[in-house]
Design a protein around this ligand. Structure first.
Ligand code: SAM
Length: 226
């Protein structure tokens, strides 16, 4: 990796006073996209990045939880839509990814804003006790059903759960038969989406953006019967 670049572009730090939003087509994020492509690291697609930015503008999160850091691309992107003083916790189980992500976050000048939590989310989530305004689920698809109860515990009422890669190359919502190798993952994801849709706590919409994104709004007490 080369010399430090401040992804904020302002030296303003974490108070959001004049922070410039990191843009995928510029600077460090652009370099990270190239790194991801060269090293086959799956990061969010550009259209998913655009969706996250718009959602972030609407939610104005103070606290974001991400499950699945990889090299820190989406975490750095999301830092640009945090409310002033906001923070991101992001969980990653692969030690190499943790090191690379921390280095990029350092170069972005965001070490006070983004905390990479090393470990398996199936264990880490249970240890977290603060609530989050927005949770971005972007880890092993087969584990989403395992993560869901903890994510819902950690999501504040009125908050947004974003689950990425839920359509798995279009196979999840197609009526076409699925090959044996992919059948388990597709069936698991269908079950996951059904769980989201049938949960009375949630309003869920599934968008064909990137590899499929499920948006789940956690209702507030006053919205439960409406
Ligand atoms: C699709 S990548 C994340 C990409 C990242 N959100 C981005 O767009 O920049 C998924 C990451 O989740 C991690 N992961 C998968 N299962 C996990 C688990 N159970 N706990 C923690 N991390 C996990 C993988 O090691 C991988 O780095």
């Amino acid at each position: 990796m080369t010399e430090p670049v401040n992804a904020n572009g302002s030296g303003c730090g974490t108070d959001g006073c004049s922070r410039k939003r990191p843009r995928p087509d510029e600077g460090l994020l652009n370099e990270m996209e190239q790194y991801a492509a060269q090293h086959y690291v799956p990061i969010i697609k550009r259209d998913t990045a655009e969706l996250l930015i718009v959602l972030g503008r609407l939610v104005k999160p103070v606290r974001i939880l991400e499950v699945g850091t990889a090299i820190g691309y989406s975490a750095i992107l999301l830092s640009g839509i945090l409310a002033p003083g906001g923070r991101i916790d992001t969980i990653e189980r692969d030690e190499d990814m943790v090191s690379i992500a921390r280095e990029y976050i350092r170069r972005a000048g965001l070490t006070d804003t983004i905390a990479v939590i090393a470990g398996d989310a199936s264990e880490v989530l249970a240890c977290l006790d603060k609530t989050y305004d927005m949770i971005f689920l972007d880890a092993a698809k087969g584990q989403y059903p395992v993560f869901l109860p903890e994510c819902l515990r950690l999501l504040r009422s009125g908050g947004l759960l974003i689950s990425d890669n839920v359509l798995f190359m279009g196979m999840v919502d197609s009526g076409e038969p699925v090959g044996r190798k992919k059948r388990t993952i597709v069936n698991n994801m269908r079950t996951y989406l059904e769980t989201l849709r049938s949960d009375p706590l949630l309003d869920t919409s599934i968008l064909p953006v990137g590899d499929g994104v499920a948006l789940s709004y956690k209702r507030m007490e006053t919205e439960m019967n409406r």
